[in-house]
Design a protein around this ligand. Sequence first.
Ligand code: 13P
Length: 256
Amino acid sequence: MRTPIIAGNWKMNKTVDEAVSLVREMRRGLNEVRGVDRVLCPPSVALAAVAGLLKPTTIKLGAQNMYWEEKGAYTGETSPLMLKGLCQYVIIGHSERRGYFGETDEGVNRKIKAAFAHGLTPIVCVGESLEQHEAGQIGEWVSGQVRAALEGLSAEQVRSMIIAYEPLWAIGTGKAATGAGANSVIGLTIRGAIADLYDEATAQAVRVQYGGSVKPANTAEFMTQPEIDGALVGGASLRAADFVEIVRIAAQVKGV
Ligand code: 13P
Protein backbone atom coordinates (compact mmCIF):
# COMPACT_ATOMS: atom_id res chain seq x y z
CA MET A 1 0.00 0.00 0.00
CA ARG A 2 1.59 3.27 -1.16
CA THR A 3 0.71 6.41 0.80
CA PRO A 4 -0.55 9.09 -1.59
CA ILE A 5 1.59 12.22 -1.80
CA ILE A 6 0.60 15.66 -3.06
CA ALA A 7 3.33 18.28 -3.44
CA GLY A 8 2.99 21.93 -4.35
CA ASN A 9 5.80 23.31 -6.49
CA TRP A 10 5.53 27.08 -6.18
CA LYS A 11 8.32 27.61 -8.73
CA MET A 12 9.66 31.19 -8.79
CA ASN A 13 6.61 32.76 -7.18
CA LYS A 14 5.93 34.54 -3.87
CA THR A 15 8.14 36.83 -1.82
CA VAL A 16 8.92 35.65 1.70
CA ASP A 17 6.03 37.73 3.07
CA GLU A 18 3.66 36.36 0.46
CA ALA A 19 4.85 32.82 1.14
CA VAL A 20 4.13 33.25 4.83
CA SER A 21 0.61 34.54 4.05
CA LEU A 22 -0.10 31.67 1.67
CA VAL A 23 1.04 29.06 4.18
CA ARG A 24 -1.11 30.64 6.88
CA GLU A 25 -4.07 30.43 4.52
CA MET A 26 -3.69 26.75 3.69
CA ARG A 27 -2.00 25.34 6.78
CA ARG A 28 -5.06 24.37 8.79
CA GLY A 29 -6.91 22.81 5.84
CA LEU A 30 -3.86 20.80 4.79
CA ASN A 31 -3.09 19.72 8.32
CA GLU A 32 -6.57 18.29 8.82
CA VAL A 33 -6.20 15.77 6.02
CA ARG A 34 -4.86 12.39 7.10
CA GLY A 35 -3.54 9.51 5.06
CA VAL A 36 -2.00 11.72 2.36
CA ASP A 37 1.53 13.08 2.57
CA ARG A 38 1.45 16.83 1.90
CA VAL A 39 4.54 18.76 0.83
CA LEU A 40 5.08 22.45 0.13
CA CYS A 41 8.01 23.50 -2.05
CA PRO A 42 8.40 27.28 -1.81
CA PRO A 43 11.35 29.21 -3.26
CA SER A 44 14.60 28.66 -1.35
CA VAL A 45 14.65 32.09 0.30
CA ALA A 46 11.30 31.28 1.94
CA LEU A 47 12.25 27.80 3.20
CA ALA A 48 13.32 28.91 6.69
CA ALA A 49 10.20 31.00 7.29
CA VAL A 50 7.89 28.28 5.99
CA ALA A 51 9.72 25.61 8.03
CA GLY A 52 8.84 27.55 11.18
CA LEU A 53 5.18 27.75 10.20
CA LEU A 54 4.99 24.03 9.42
CA LYS A 55 6.73 22.87 12.59
CA PRO A 56 3.52 22.32 14.61
CA THR A 57 1.86 20.51 11.68
CA THR A 58 2.21 17.22 9.78
CA ILE A 59 2.86 19.10 6.51
CA LYS A 60 6.33 18.55 5.08
CA LEU A 61 8.68 20.93 3.33
CA GLY A 62 10.63 20.51 0.11
CA ALA A 63 13.16 22.52 -1.87
CA GLN A 64 12.84 22.97 -5.63
CA ASN A 65 16.47 22.24 -6.44
CA MET A 66 19.92 21.87 -4.91
CA TYR A 67 23.52 21.30 -5.93
CA TRP A 68 25.28 18.03 -5.17
CA GLU A 69 28.34 19.39 -3.34
CA GLU A 70 28.15 20.01 0.41
CA LYS A 71 29.92 23.38 0.38
CA GLY A 72 32.49 25.44 -1.45
CA ALA A 73 32.97 27.97 -4.20
CA TYR A 74 29.70 27.43 -6.07
CA THR A 75 28.21 30.92 -6.13
CA GLY A 76 24.45 31.00 -5.98
CA GLU A 77 23.93 27.33 -5.19
CA THR A 78 22.19 25.65 -2.26
CA SER A 79 23.71 22.50 -0.79
CA PRO A 80 22.14 19.36 0.65
CA LEU A 81 23.82 20.21 3.94
CA MET A 82 21.90 23.49 4.04
CA LEU A 83 18.59 21.80 3.24
CA LYS A 84 19.06 18.95 5.69
CA GLY A 85 17.32 19.83 8.92
CA LEU A 86 15.22 22.45 7.12
CA CYS A 87 13.23 20.24 4.76
CA GLN A 88 12.50 16.59 4.09
CA TYR A 89 12.11 16.58 0.29
CA VAL A 90 13.87 18.09 -2.70
CA ILE A 91 12.60 18.28 -6.27
CA ILE A 92 15.31 17.17 -8.68
CA GLY A 93 15.48 17.44 -12.44
CA HIS A 94 12.33 19.44 -13.04
CA SER A 95 11.91 20.02 -16.78
CA GLU A 96 12.31 23.76 -16.25
CA ARG A 97 15.72 23.14 -14.71
CA ARG A 98 16.65 20.75 -17.48
CA GLY A 99 15.36 23.13 -20.15
CA TYR A 100 16.37 26.58 -18.89
CA PHE A 101 19.39 25.76 -16.75
CA GLY A 102 21.04 22.97 -18.68
CA GLU A 103 20.59 20.17 -16.16
CA THR A 104 21.65 16.81 -17.53
CA ASP A 105 20.70 13.25 -16.66
CA GLU A 106 24.14 12.85 -15.12
CA GLY A 107 23.69 15.92 -12.91
CA VAL A 108 20.25 14.70 -11.88
CA ASN A 109 21.77 11.38 -10.84
CA ARG A 110 24.46 13.12 -8.77
CA LYS A 111 21.87 15.28 -7.05
CA ILE A 112 19.72 12.27 -6.20
CA LYS A 113 22.72 10.55 -4.62
CA ALA A 114 23.56 13.72 -2.68
CA ALA A 115 19.97 13.95 -1.45
CA PHE A 116 20.08 10.39 -0.13
CA ALA A 117 23.48 10.96 1.45
CA HIS A 118 21.91 13.74 3.51
CA GLY A 119 18.62 12.09 4.40
CA LEU A 120 16.51 14.08 1.94
CA THR A 121 13.83 12.36 -0.15
CA PRO A 122 14.18 13.25 -3.83
CA ILE A 123 11.16 13.97 -6.01
CA VAL A 124 12.63 13.20 -9.42
CA CYS A 125 10.91 14.63 -12.47
CA VAL A 126 10.76 12.94 -15.86
CA GLY A 127 8.61 13.56 -18.92
CA GLU A 128 8.58 13.90 -22.68
CA SER A 129 8.25 17.00 -24.86
CA LEU A 130 5.35 17.61 -27.22
CA GLU A 131 7.50 16.62 -30.20
CA GLN A 132 8.50 13.36 -28.55
CA HIS A 133 4.91 12.75 -27.54
CA GLU A 134 3.67 13.23 -31.08
CA ALA A 135 6.49 11.15 -32.53
CA GLY A 136 5.52 8.23 -30.29
CA GLN A 137 8.81 8.35 -28.38
CA ILE A 138 7.36 8.55 -24.87
CA GLY A 139 8.39 5.09 -23.71
CA GLU A 140 11.92 5.30 -25.02
CA TRP A 141 12.54 8.81 -23.69
CA VAL A 142 10.97 8.44 -20.26
CA SER A 143 12.50 5.04 -19.56
CA GLY A 144 15.88 6.49 -20.59
CA GLN A 145 15.45 9.32 -18.10
CA VAL A 146 14.48 6.87 -15.37
CA ARG A 147 17.44 4.59 -16.06
CA ALA A 148 19.88 7.50 -16.04
CA ALA A 149 18.42 8.96 -12.85
CA LEU A 150 18.64 5.64 -10.97
CA GLU A 151 22.17 4.72 -12.05
CA GLY A 152 24.03 3.29 -9.05
CA LEU A 153 21.15 3.58 -6.58
CA SER A 154 20.23 0.70 -4.29
CA ALA A 155 16.77 -0.90 -4.46
CA GLU A 156 16.15 0.40 -0.96
CA GLN A 157 16.83 3.97 -2.11
CA VAL A 158 14.60 3.59 -5.14
CA ARG A 159 11.76 2.27 -2.97
CA SER A 160 11.90 5.38 -0.80
CA MET A 161 12.06 7.99 -3.55
CA ILE A 162 9.31 9.81 -5.39
CA ILE A 163 9.14 10.04 -9.17
CA ALA A 164 7.00 12.69 -10.85
CA TYR A 165 5.83 12.03 -14.39
CA GLU A 166 5.40 15.48 -15.87
CA PRO A 167 4.87 15.58 -19.64
CA LEU A 168 6.28 18.93 -20.75
CA TRP A 169 3.29 19.74 -22.93
CA ALA A 170 1.00 19.53 -19.90
CA ILE A 171 2.99 21.89 -17.66
CA GLY A 172 1.40 25.29 -17.23
CA THR A 173 -0.69 24.84 -20.37
CA GLY A 174 -4.06 23.96 -18.86
CA LYS A 175 -3.89 20.91 -21.12
CA ALA A 176 -3.43 18.00 -18.72
CA ALA A 177 -2.73 14.44 -19.79
CA THR A 178 -5.63 12.04 -19.48
CA GLY A 179 -5.76 9.88 -16.38
CA ALA A 180 -5.54 6.74 -18.50
CA GLY A 181 -2.62 8.11 -20.53
CA ALA A 182 -0.60 9.08 -17.46
CA ASN A 183 -1.48 5.78 -15.76
CA SER A 184 -0.15 3.85 -18.70
CA VAL A 185 3.18 5.73 -18.88
CA ILE A 186 3.64 5.38 -15.13
CA GLY A 187 2.70 1.69 -15.02
CA LEU A 188 4.28 0.40 -18.21
CA THR A 189 7.21 2.74 -18.74
CA ILE A 190 8.29 4.00 -15.32
CA ARG A 191 7.49 0.97 -13.16
CA GLY A 192 8.44 -1.21 -16.11
CA ALA A 193 11.93 0.30 -16.25
CA ILE A 194 12.34 -0.09 -12.48
CA ALA A 195 11.21 -3.72 -12.61
CA ASP A 196 13.81 -4.35 -15.34
CA LEU A 197 16.58 -2.64 -13.39
CA TYR A 198 15.65 -3.99 -9.95
CA ASP A 199 12.63 -6.22 -9.36
CA GLU A 200 8.86 -6.12 -9.37
CA ALA A 201 8.63 -5.41 -5.63
CA THR A 202 10.79 -2.31 -6.01
CA ALA A 203 8.74 -1.14 -9.01
CA GLN A 204 5.57 -1.54 -6.94
CA ALA A 205 6.99 0.25 -3.89
CA VAL A 206 8.11 3.51 -5.49
CA ARG A 207 5.57 6.31 -5.36
CA VAL A 208 4.90 8.02 -8.67
CA GLN A 209 3.09 11.32 -9.06
CA TYR A 210 1.53 12.89 -12.11
CA GLY A 211 2.21 16.58 -12.76
CA GLY A 212 0.96 19.01 -15.39
CA SER A 213 -2.10 21.27 -15.11
CA VAL A 214 -3.50 19.44 -12.08
CA LYS A 215 -6.43 21.31 -10.54
CA PRO A 216 -9.37 20.37 -8.30
CA ALA A 217 -11.55 19.57 -11.33
CA ASN A 218 -9.23 16.87 -12.71
CA THR A 219 -7.67 15.53 -9.48
CA ALA A 220 -10.13 12.65 -9.16
CA GLU A 221 -9.40 11.55 -12.73
CA PHE A 222 -5.73 11.09 -11.83
CA MET A 223 -6.18 9.76 -8.33
CA THR A 224 -8.57 7.01 -9.43
CA GLN A 225 -5.78 5.54 -11.56
CA PRO A 226 -4.11 2.58 -9.83
CA GLU A 227 -0.54 3.47 -10.86
CA ILE A 228 -0.78 7.14 -9.84
CA ASP A 229 0.07 7.88 -6.21
CA GLY A 230 -0.33 11.62 -6.15
CA ALA A 231 0.36 14.88 -7.89
CA LEU A 232 3.06 17.48 -8.29
CA VAL A 233 1.04 20.66 -8.56
CA GLY A 234 2.32 23.95 -9.97
CA GLY A 235 -0.11 26.82 -10.60
CA ALA A 236 -2.96 25.48 -8.48
CA SER A 237 -0.65 25.11 -5.46
CA LEU A 238 -0.41 28.93 -5.34
CA ARG A 239 -4.13 29.15 -4.53
CA ALA A 240 -4.84 28.01 -0.97
CA ALA A 241 -8.41 26.83 -1.55
CA ASP A 242 -7.48 24.90 -4.70
CA PHE A 243 -4.49 23.17 -3.15
CA VAL A 244 -6.42 22.14 -0.04
CA GLU A 245 -9.21 20.86 -2.29
CA ILE A 246 -6.76 18.79 -4.34
CA VAL A 247 -5.42 17.17 -1.16
CA ARG A 248 -8.94 16.46 0.11
CA ILE A 249 -9.97 14.88 -3.17
CA ALA A 250 -6.84 12.74 -3.14
CA ALA A 251 -7.72 11.48 0.34
CA GLN A 252 -11.31 10.76 -0.64
CA VAL A 253 -10.53 9.00 -3.89
CA LYS A 254 -7.71 6.87 -2.48
CA GLY A 255 -9.97 6.04 0.46
CA VAL A 256 -7.46 6.88 3.18
P1 13P B 1 1.36 23.25 -13.47
O1 13P B 1 0.54 22.54 -12.44
O2 13P B 1 1.33 24.75 -13.33
O3 13P B 1 1.02 22.78 -14.86
O4 13P B 1 2.89 22.83 -13.21
C1 13P B 1 3.22 21.51 -13.09
C2 13P B 1 4.62 21.41 -12.62
O5 13P B 1 5.55 21.67 -13.35
C3 13P B 1 4.84 21.01 -11.22
O6 13P B 1 6.18 20.74 -10.99
